[in-house]
Write a new protein. Sequence first.
Length: 320
Amino acid sequence: MTAEPLFASPRSAITPVSMAAFAGDLPSLAEVLGASFARYGFAVVADHGLDMAAIEAAIADARAFFALPTEVKMQYHEPGTGGARGYTPFGKEAAKDADVVDLKEFWHTGRDLPEGHPYRAMMRDNLWPAEVPTFRPNVQAMFRAMDDLGTALLQAIARYLDLPQDWFADKIDMGNSVLRLLHYPPIPADAPGVRAGAHEDINVITLLLGAEEAGLQLKDRDGQWLDIAPPPGALVVNIGDMLQRLTNHVLPSTTHRVVNPAPERRGFARYSTPFFLHFNPDFEIVTLPACVTADRPDLYPEPITAQDYLLQRLREIRLL
């Protein structure tokens, strides 16, 4: 049997959907996006309306931070907190049940909460690197933009599920969402493991920019790995485990990974910016009644809060 290659090819499995093409027609957008999510657990979204100049400013600041000496970056690492805020160095995160850690470092920014807010017990304050003066305003602006776009995409998902358009609004408005700034360094030929091992995301939906550098793959129903190669500036959106649980797998959370580049690209770093959109911490994940049928019995009869589910999963990936 031939060994499976662990580097990406240039073809792409998913055709991009233009949000602009469906302007003012949410039901049609919902049908097209929903069909892609139901089939693959993923969609590629073009013409999403994000201010790409503002996004590039945040990514430039991320590059500047990751270029700092390790001892400087480690000042912003908070051990024992699940990597919720600030810097997580190489050698920390691993896919569930993986034997080796992922080949990456990252920074997390979350939602800013006012003093006295009840969620402050579950959502830590943000950290900001003094060495990159524009980091805070640029990254905060990107967080808000991704949060707003995620809310809009969930309106389409709600329509696909035959829910009221704003069904998700009061369940994510203070969600424990996280913007991750990711750096995958150049890969030596003898590197153990891959940039990100096969995994599913914990959250509701993930919005990913920066996947143009090859490597992102999803696992199809037949077990084959399919490349996702979006056009420049397009957004990759995937279903997370919380939404899979809520919908009783009507919308699947698909296994995916970031494999090492082909030999001619090993000398290039990869940067990406996934936004992990979460439910409010006290939201109770209870299977939607419409997603339970005789042919699809309820796989999750016991409800769980979003916070308890998050903590459970962070332990599995070695961040707690």
